[in-house]
Design a protein around this ligand. Sequence first.
Ligand SMILES: Cc1ncc(COP(=O)(O)O)c(C=O)c1O
Length: 435
Amino acid sequence: MDNNHALNTALASAREDYIASHPESWRQFSAAQQHLPGGNTRTVLFYEPFPLRITSGDGCKIRDVDGFEYVNFLGEYTAGLFGHNNQAIRDAVVQALDNGISLSGHCQDEARLAQLICNRFPSVDKVRFTNSGTEANMLAITAARHYTSRQSVMVFRGAYHGGLLSFAHGTNPVNAPFEYLIGTYNDIEKTRQMIRSHTADIACILVEPVQGAGGCIPASETFLQVLRDEAREARIVLIFDEIMTSRLAPAGMQGYYGIIPDMSTFGKYMGGGLSFGAFGGKSEIMDLFDPTHPESMPHAGTFNNNVLTMAAGVTALGSILTKSRLKALNSRGNELRSTLNRVAAQQGIPIQFTGLGSMIGIHATVNPITSIDDLEQSDDRIVELLFLDMLKSGFYFARRGFISLMLTIGDKEVTDLINAFEHFVRDRKSIISQD
Ligand SMILES: Cc1ncc(COP(=O)(O)O)c(C=O)c1O
């Protein structure tokens, strides 16, 4: 049997095994399709043949409706940083509940959380809250367009800035109807040319310092510095989407490289695991939203300052996320990535782990990866086989090949994951190795 055929056969058998061992997930998935298109209300969670239905979580573990327990290496796509039941966050939320919800006015925690964010991130003089990262980016773009009186938004292929701002394949029919210029991530010369030939039109450059959904691909420091320099020269607003990456260093990637954008957007973990988004930046831009000014721009949102998120966020940023905890988390991620890459390289299998710190991408190619274009070579069948085998061993991560570490993941879980990967490699090497 040639490798190609053997891989197809192994994958078909792993899928059959998955179907047979998860009858209740299948039943609930089928029933949900009656009222939710595809049984789904969040596209990223869908995968073939059907996704797991999760009942509960504790620490770093989750359980599905068929009674299986997994170590959660997905960490809610970075939003679950604090694990499933952090006591301090629970206490803050319960306290907020005790004080009553939907209070119809300003609460005290919103200014506290704003102060914590401004103190932590050098680009942020002032900040505003939203309910999601998508909204934060939409508002940052709108602010930049208003501030510059220009229209176009420069982004990069492979970027994911939210449900209405998704550039995995260039444009996307659901995207908000801004005028986009789509550059090539990490390609300094092309990017410079694009900026210089559209200077008069570009309101903002929106960039993830590490592309998350696009495959966990870090921008080079030089690329980010070129964006900084070109934007300054052309009076373009540079926006760092730090919705995922702000957890990679105490002051986010802007602090890590000392490259300070004009605006930043935040989300995910920063609300302690509850719905959250924020956009902030220089006072002269953010003051466009100051309602004490007669010409100000409105920024509405019933739940922007909801008491539960505000309380959880104050505890998350103010008490839990110390510099030392973040450093330890990201060192753990760097060590895990190097070990997994070493195992793959030693055994000659075409699997590569990308990313930075506690965010790890998994790709079935050995070619260097600097933009999403390099992922065309990745054999998704291998990523799926790894996903199914690791699930069977009790480890959960994103089907597309993405890990994000939670603070509740300890040495034992990391060692167990490495052992399970070594087991996968031994088991499957003959069908996935290149020769
Ligand atoms: C980099 C980045 N920006 C924006 C978003 C959108 O955030 P939300 O899902 O809260 O709308 C995401 C979500 O995955 C993200 O990863």
